[in-house]
Design a protein around this ligand. Sequence first.
Ligand code: GLC
Length: 528
Amino acid sequence: MSPDPTARAVPAEWWRSAVFYQVYIRSFADGNGDGVGDLAGIRSRLPYLTELGVDALWITPFYPSPMADHGYDVADPRDVEPVFGDLAEFDALLADAHTRGLRVTVDLVPNHSSDRHEWFRTALAAAPGSPERARYLFRDGRGPDGSEPPNNWPSVFGGPAWTRVPDGQWYLHLFAPEQPDLDFANPDVVADLDRTMRFWLDRGVDGFRIDVAHGMAKPDGLPDMLPMEDTGLLADHGVGDHRFDQDGVHAVHRRIRGVLDEYEDRMAVGEVWVSDDDRLAQYLREDELQLAFNFKLLTAEWTADELRDAIIHSLSTVSGTPAPACWVLSNHDRPRHVTRYGGGELGLRRARAAALLQLALPGAVYLYNGDELGLPNVDDLPEEALQDPVWERSGRTKRGRDGCRVPMPWSGTRPSYGFSSSPDTWLPMPLDWAGLTVEAQSSDPASIQSLYRAALALRSGSPAFAGEELQWLPAPEGCLAFRRPGGLVCLLNLTDAPVPLPEGRVLLASSDLGGGTVPADSAVWLQA
Ligand code: GLC
């Protein structure tokens, strides 16, 4: 029989349905007892990650950094920060991960460097108008003596996006003053990014997570933007916000893709805080990013309408592109979803249901370390422990992101719960986390960790998950139900009362289906 010419080729790209696990390096596992997570810690926990059943890691920045923004201020993108290890340790981690069949992706932070990067130090020492300054965005100020910033842009972390240097010029930083923005119109800057990518690709990394992937390009003349309500950290402010999502950014993505395509099987996912479906889709054209986080699920409230809307928009964004959807519930920048969904028992119950929702959707998935333990946000860190630059830059009015970055509890009954050999961790760990540790949960079949393990095994092994399409099914008020081509049916009950169990063979449920119904705030997977 000749092959059916209309049959769609099975996509070979490994990332299309991969489950990525985000390792926030400071908080995952500490190998050397200094209270800060590191590469050796990750390496020692690879068996845990393979047993959990994830396909790939995304490791947050581990490059030399003065840590003004915990590694997102990179002083040298082609080396390892001593707190985290060294290049030999990275190579060993990569080799071990690959032996276990785990892919490894790393963070790429193109939009800005650290103010301690050699380039920025040279720029400060050089004169206004010099080639050294031209790698960044130095400008003269406004007002008669140039004492006002060149435009009205605010920094994402609070305060103006400009800082003045002793000779009177100002430089742009969309984030902290220690994170000066690079000028992507400058060929040195673009060539250096190529070099950084090749440095890690040659070592064997499987891809990149691109930080602020909607930044990089700035509009000519740096015009004032529309003054906007503060809609929160890293939110998308839409058109009129000239800091992000400028058309010129796509040339940078094409360049990045060009380098990736020199290698086999490598990918990039972009942190693209752009909520307009059509604008977001532009980043997923065939010569740009393979994946873009879709933050609609991360920002949706726990209601059927919001979650359905998030899914519909995410799928419609990718529908005209070669990319699959890419689902995120939590990350190191946002409060953890157990807490967003109400906290306590209720939040955990909903997080269990959300896990089955996220893992039933077609496309790639990103889990954030601790999602699988049902960790809550730690909202009562003492003020003196807070480290996120947001705290100081907001005049101590916003606590920032530390609450979702507290180290992972592994074992034992007291801080640091096996995270480190030291009890002093870089952020203090709560005293009541003994029941949340990996160890406590792994022997409990009713734990959220066991639910994740079962769900990941089914997702990778069951034919029910075949196919990238999603068909909505009729569902009771306040519920979502959909089917995948392989026969998976997922029903999510967001009401406060049980609903009838759909037809089919139950594969997994987030709570006990004792009465033959799907209880409140629960999800079920069936083969139908
Ligand atoms: C990204 C990171 C965030 C960081 C910012 C500046 O949004 O996820 O943690 O602060 O970029 O690099």
